[in-house]
Design a protein. Sequence first.
Lengths: 116, 115
Amino acid sequence: DAGVIQSPRHEVTEMGQEVTLRCKPISGHNSLFWYRQTMMRGLELLIYFNNNVPIDDSGMPEDRFSAKMPNASFSTLKIQPSEPRDSAVYFCASSLWAGGDNQPQHFGDGTRLSIL
Amino acid sequence: KNQVEQSPQSLIILEGKNCTLQCNYTVSPFSNLRWYKQDTGRGPVSLTIMTFSENTKSNGRYTATLDADTKQSSLHITASQLSDSASYICVVSRRTNTNAGKSTFGDGTTLTVKP
């Protein structure tokens, strides 16, 4: 059974470029989460979707960040323009939503992003 | 302020020994508490989820406890193995009127198990 699939695994790009991170959640899961992890700040929730609808994007750092979920099997996190302080590991996770958030979240292995 | 404090920051134990990791929180109103294990270079893996009414939950050699009155949780690892070397993250969710909990993450405890 395939888990959460993220691509690319690694991304190195120059400041100012657009970056697009991709996520395929586990089939049948109806909640999807985007996280960012850094040494300084640990894990931070950026945004989450329920049934493809963004529910809470209060963790998105600024307008340079945007996320979409056009269908139940695909989501993107875009940074435009990128800055060196965006360098981090970005995780996508999915779960079943059963009227509350007491379901386990399944994480992908992340995208390690480096902005030069 | 909603906070989650984990201790110790790091821990080194010998293979076969037991250990206990601590998580104290001030998140309110409480919804649930999760423990995750994160291997280096991998995404976190859920170990346990506990709601207000649960005070203990096991997953193999991992046992989590929750005292909602004192707002403390512990993760006990029995008969440690080399593969237990990882970062252990405590996450506490706050109940909101949208039924979509807001989560606060601890900084994690880094466990190293030596042969």
